[in-house]
Design a protein around this ligand. Structure first.
Ligand code: ATP
Ligand code: MG
Length: 448
């Protein structure tokens, strides 16, 4: 049972909220003005304060500030009839847990109270960590203890002794670039440059010059000679990202370079030598591309002497806990937050998500969760909301007519959120009345 103090100068509100929360099994006390409220607070023990902004004697925002100065303050939910931006922002800045506009929706207030109680409960637990520490000292650390990751660490270690070319394959967001940088950092030539060329980001007719450089007057606009990325890499690493997008003609030239370690600038007649290591990365299926003639087979074989397969996150779910800890620490450092606790069930929930965007998606979800967190705590409900939003595709649709898609999407969202209408309406970006009318229209009901 929790203790709730309700502060409002409207007797009808006090009365109805007292009835509502007593029925839910809470211990309710009431105050009709600020002085009474502060007196009640002095006798202590409240978990939650529902606080009106406009009171006859003291401004609610001032009461809020005084509450925040106490040790172990209760969670304060502000309520007001005024839709004013300034007060809302100010209240949240001063540490209000939530801000709810009148006319009061009892369900919305109850949601907020429930959430506040959950936060209070998790707040008293020991931290999950996510402490600002660790990786600050080791930028570029690759987190993971799963078998495929240990295998990758082994290969990175082996590669430190030579300058062999490497092909890194893996879905988007699996850490290909991170691995490439780690290979470089652990190599004999770590002090030499790490240079990137994203083959999908350069227009085709500039690609050769970007890669190999050009001589003065080689083409219109080549007013000066310019070194290519290969040259800029020195004895270090040239990272060819999205190698699958490299035009066929250049694939041939790159192959020539890999075979002879010599190349020509565009418009150049003197062969230049380079001893940089080539690391290529792709999320495409190069074997299939080679079969269709879209990727030069010889180049593929030349590159794949050492192949690293960055596994999708769903194939190494045991790493999710570590990754979450790592990212929370990193996010806290970057955003200046101190979100170090997660409610029970959060990690388990993250561990079953499909993660089509892999580690990057996980990191993004956590950033959103930190931004939404009240105080130091990430709640399961919030994580559910974020995952539901990111996961918009309804399954098992027969017809893709708009009403069909709408119906299935609403059903899907409600189901995911356990038929919690307040959260569903938020997740769907529609008002409660609209959601209610759509539930009626489509005759949606919880599955038995
Ligand atoms: N094992 C890991 N430990 C810590 N951070 C990771 C890990 N894997 C990926 N990341 C982080 O996730 C993000 C995406 O990683 P990265 O850019 O290396 O992926 P990628 O495979 O190159 O993706 P894309 O194919 O979309 O280019 C980066 O911020 C990276 O630091
Ligand atoms: Mg990348």
């Amino acid at each position: 049972m929790s203790k709730i103090l309700i502060v409002d100068d409207e007797p009808s509100i006090l009365e109805s909220l007292e009835m509502f929360f007593s029925e839910k099994g809470h211990l309710v006390s009431l105050a009709g003005d600020g002085r009474t409220a502060l007196g009640q607070l002095d006798s202590g023990g409240q978990d939650i304060v529902v606080l009106d902004v406009r009171l006859p004697d003291i401004n609610g925002l001032d009461i809020l500030a005084r509450i925040q100065n106490r040790t172990a303050p209760p969670k304060v939910i502000m309520i007001t009839a005024y839709q004013d931006m300034h007060t809302t922002i100010e209240a949240m800045k001063r540490g209000a847990f939530d801000y709810i506009h009148k006319p009061l929706d009892a369900e919305e207030l109850e949601q907020s109270v429930d959430k506040a109680l959950q936060v209070l409960a998790v707040d008293s637990q020991t931290p999950f960590t996510g402490e600002p520490a660790g990786d600050g000292l080791h930028p570029g650390v690759i987190v993971g203890q799963s078998r495929p990751m240990l295998e990758i660490f082994k290969i990175i270690g082996l590669l430190c002794q030579n300058q062999a070319s490497v092909l890194i394959q893996g879905e988007t967001g699996t850490g290909k670039e991170l691995i490439a940088r780690s290979i470089h950092r652990n190599s004999l030539f770590a002090d030499e440059p790490f240079v990137t060329l994203d083959c999908s980001a350069v227009v085709e007719n500039l690609m050769e010059s970007e890669l190999f450089g050009h001589e003065k007057g080689a083409f219109t606009g080549a007013v000066q000679a310019k070194p290519g990325r290969i040259e800029l890499a020195g004895r270090g690493t040239l990272f060819l990202d999205e190698i699958g997008e490299l035009p066929l003609a250049l694939q041939g030239k790159l192959l020539g370079f890999l075979e002879r370690r010599e190349y020509y600038r565009v418009g150049g007649r003197v062969p230049l030598a380079s001893h940089c290591r080539i690391i290529a990365a792709t999320n495409r299926d190069l074997t299939a591309m080679a079969k269709d003639g879209r990727f030069k087979e010889d180049l593929y074989y030349r590159l794949k002497v050492v192949t690293i397969n960055a596994p999708p996150l769903r194939e190494r779910r045991s790493d999710i806990h570590l990754l979450a800890d790592h990212f929370l620490g990193k996010i806290n450092r970057e955003l200046g937050t101190a979100v170090t606790k997660v409610q029970e069930g959060v990690i388990q929930r993250l561990a079953v998500h499909p993660w089509t965007g892999n580690v990057r998606e996980l990191a993004n979800v956590l950033v959103e969760a930190v931004v939404r967190a009240r105080g130091r705590v990430i709640l399961l409900d919030d994580v559910e909301d974020i995952l539901a939003l990111n996961h918009a595709a309804p399954e098992g649709l027969n017809g893709f007519s708009l009403p069909n898609v709408e119906r299935e999407h609403i059903r899907f969202t409600l189901e995911r959120l356990g038929w919690n209408r307040t959260r569903a309406s938020r997740a769907l970006g529609i008002s409660m009345p609209t959601l209610r009318s759509k539930i009626r229209k489509y005759q949606l009901a919880p599955a038995e």
